[in-house]
Design a binder for this molecule. Structure first.
Ligand SMILES: [Zn+2]
Length: 283
């Protein structure tokens, strides 16, 4: 029997056995689901969410991706989160990483894996922001384990600042957020952060996720407000200079052809032509 048909055969046997011991097993969940948990974990095949937690059908609402990343730009993750919180009204959201995570390991190295390199960018930031702490860990395995933990805290923080979670907390301090790490070496889920239920608790988490960085605003906040990005005014200035250069070239060409400069002013529709400005001080 090939591997695929082994799955199908097992499924038939499993469904029959469940019905034999509990005739209502499937009937209880067929009409609706009322899960208490949203589980966000890694896609890794060695991390069996339902098996490790003993959850049955209807108990876990699940979202998985490489290295359990939570990004506000991920339409899939944000849709799952909104549906879980606002429609299913889950009581807990659990971000679960795992030791030995290939995605985290890739983010720690320099080898390129193609498209997935983009996905792992946020984890590379985790490594960079916590460099002092990580450099102080001599053992490579321990350093790898620590990045896995820091990544869970980072993604948990991302989760805590989403509008869905912030608005839910404003209404009733639910859901609670938890960060776990699954240890494939012994099958145990270890608790990193539990019962985060408020912006204040999320702020405390923000400090923990950057344990190797001196006290101060987290990088995300600093990046957003440090003014290093091109401001609208700067972009406008650059555009004006470009228009001037193009207009000057057009004027030169028209002059060479015996044409008239006013065509340039008409093209921009908002300023006198360079020729007019230089000649009469129109500004
Ligand atoms: Zn993984």
């Amino acid at each position: 029997m090939d591997a695929f048909h082994r799955l199908i055969t097992y499924n038939r046997e499993w469904a029959a056995a469940r019905t034999a011991t509990d005739p209502d097993y499937f009937a209880r969940t067929v009409s609706r689901q009322t899960p208490e948990f949203l589980y966000i974990g890694c896609s890794d095949s060695r991390v069996p969410a339902e098996v490790a937690t003993g959850a049955g059908p209807g108990e876990l609402f699940v979202h998985r991706n490489i290295a359990n990343v939570v990004l506000p730009s991920d339409l899939s993750a944000m849709s799952v989160l909104q549906y879980a919180v606002e429609v299913l009204d889950v009581k807990h959201v659990i971000v679960t990483g795992h030791y030995g995570c290939g995605g985290v390991g890739a983010a720690m190295g320099t080898q390129s894996y193609g498209l997935v390199d983009h996905w792992l960018g946020p984890i590379r930031n985790v490594v960079r922001w916590n460099k002092p702490e990580l450099d102080a860990i001599a053992d490579a395995q321990a350093r790898f384990d620590r990045v896995v933990e820091l990544n869970v805290l980072e993604q948990l923080y991302h989760l805590s600042v989403t509008p869905v979670i912030q608005q839910a907390w404003e209404k009733g301090r639910r859901p609670l957020l938890h960060g776990l790490v699954y240890d494939m070496r012994d099958g145990v889920l270890r608790e990193l952060a539990t019962a985060i239920d408020s912006p204040a608790a999320a702020d405390e988490l923000a400090a923990r996720r950057l344990s190797g960085v001196p006290a101060g605003p987290p990088p995300m906040t600093r990046r957003a407000g440090d003014g290093t990005a091109a401001s609208p005014a700067a972009e406008s200035l650059a555009s004006d200079e470009l228009v001037d250069r193009i207009a000057a070239r057009v004027v030169e060409r028209l002059a060479a052809d015996g044409g008239r400069p006013p065509l340039v002013a008409g093209a921009s529709g908002r300023r006198p032509s360079p020729a007019a400005r230089s000649g009469g001080g129109a500004e």
